[in-house]
Design a protein around this ligand. Structure first.
Ligand code: SF4
Length: 449
């Protein structure tokens, strides 16, 4: 907000956030005169969606952008964000990271009252609630809308006059604030600020509502009730880019600590330690350091096979894993290997990797996971199947290890995970491990498990 090349900065920032979503990308900018919003969106990676020409069409000093990973609503151009709607004859644009657990109920109610939805995404519910709110001024109407939604969100909202940003009261999804050359910038992770040379100011607080106008920024609470702050622990384990700051440390340091604690909790005699690239390399280096074992690369990842390539169905997924990873035979042949990974969700990738490493001659493969068993679906913005598809659900650790084909399988304790993330278990959302959801998910739960 307030930068002559706002859309170009957003574009750079989105590149840094590409790991958070690869299904679609979009930017909305406010024109030079501050009267109209211009949007460009498309499906696929940012590089597929934007040409230099597209970016040149996005002029002005205010812009928001989004890369999408679908949770509610299918992956289609219609659901690509920013979502642009008309409210009282003015264009407004929304970008939302997260998932609303009461979106279906709110949508049914709004439709009964005459609202016509254009998309199947939960984000549109916020737009309709804003349009219907009786408060004075768009900011107050948005705030009234957010008081009705439950769940997880990091939200940016652009009008021709101002930018608004909000984080859900539990802080489930991350949002940070920075500045560059007198302009304010908000982003899901600090790596987006780094990518454009912006200075990190602070994290947006859970339940905080920011107004950023031409001349000032104003912070207030969504209110009225206050909630227990429970940020998603999976940001620390997997989602955030290793160079992004979470609290006082970056995700790399946190994951290294997870690896160290895991080595203390579950040591085993082995010849080398290796991590599943790229997400588990930090944790594997921590495990190796603590165990006093050599750290080696055992798998090479093809960086040009993205998530978008991964096909539905177990057999196609196994083939995709083969295309994505290749084992280093000379490293693993005849060796006892500790393979560190951040999580096991369905188990398809882990099983295929263990098979690949065995075929390459590994003598023993001991799988070490830097999080507890993933036994419950996430309803707050991470699309992790229904419970029946989660390999650890309803199985003992030994049974899961056997199914994966590992010589042994051990998980980091929930206390160890939280300690590495810099807190206690109660200070985080750990629902996918414990089933204790900080925001009730009765409605969403009924449709998923
Ligand atoms: S359920 Fe798991 S993935 Fe979802 S917000 Fe909570 S900790 Fe994060």
């Amino acid at each position: 907000m307030g930068h002559p090349h706002a859309a170009a900065l957003v574009h750079h920032g989105l590149y840094a956030l590409q790991h958070r979503g690869q299904e679609s990308a979009g930017i909305t900018a406010c024109n030079q005169e501050g009267t109209e919003l211009v949007t460009h969106r498309g499906t696929g990676l940012l590089s597929d969606v934007f040409s230099g020409y597209d970016l040149n069409c996005l002029q002005g000093e205010m812009a928001i952008g989004h890369v999408r990973y679908s949770t509610t609503g299918e992956s289609s151009l219609l659901n690509a964000q920013p979502l642009v709607v008309q409210i009282d004859g003015h264009s407004v644009a929304l970008g939302h990271n997260g998932n609303l657990v009461n979106a279906a109920a709110l949508r049914r109610k709004l439709e009964t009252e005459g609202s016509i939805f254009q998309t199947s995404s939960d984000t549109e519910v916020i737009a309709h609630l804003t349009a219907r709110a009786g408060e004075e001024g768009i900011g107050e109407r948005l705030r009234a809308a957010l008081r009705q939604v439950r769940g997880a969100y990091g939200l940016v909202f652009l009008t021709p006059k101002a930018l608004y940003a909000a984080r859900d009261p539990h802080g489930l999804r991350p949002l940070c604030l920075g500045h560059i050359e007198g302009a304010w910038m908000v982003a899901s992770e600090t790596c987006a600020l780094d990518a454009v040379g912006a200075q990190f100011e602070r994290e947006v607080k859970p339940g905080e509502f920011l107004y950023i106008g031409q001349d000032q920024m104003h912070s207030s609470g969504l209110g009225p009730e206050s909630c227990r702050c429970t940020p998603c622990i999976f940001e620390h384990i997997y989602f955030a880019r290793p160079d992004s700051k979470i609290g006082a440390r970056n995700a790399h340091q946190i994951r290294k600590k997870m690896g160290q604690i895991l080595a203390r909790e579950h040591p085993i005699a082995a010849d080398l330690v290796s991590g599943v690239p790229d997400s588990s390399l930090s944790a594997a280096s921590g495990y190796a350091e603590e165990a006093g074992l050599p750290y080696e690369m055992s798998l090479v990842r093809n960086r040009y096979v993205g998530r978008t390539f991964i096909q539905p169905g177990d057999e196609l997924r196994r083939l995709a894993v083969r295309l994505k990873f290749n084992p280093l035979e000379k490293v693993v042949q005849g060796r006892r290997l500790i393979l560190v990974d951040d999580s096991v969700v369905r188990g398809t990738t882990s099983r295929a990797l263990i098979q690949l490493l065995r075929e390459a001659g590994a003598e023993e493969i001991h799988l070490r996971i830097t999080s507890p068993p993933y036994r419950h679906p996430c309803y707050y913005g991470i699309n992790t199947s229904c419970r029946s598809q989660l390999i650890a659900a309803g199985r003992s650790v030994g049974e899961t290890g056997t199914l994966l084909g590992a010589d042994s399988l051990r998980y980091l304790s929930i206390e160890g995970t939280a300690a590495a993330a810099g807190g206690t278990v109660e200070q985080f959302c750990t629902a996918c491990f414990s089933g204790e959801y900080p925001v009730p998910v009765a409605e969403a739960g009924g449709s998923r498990s």
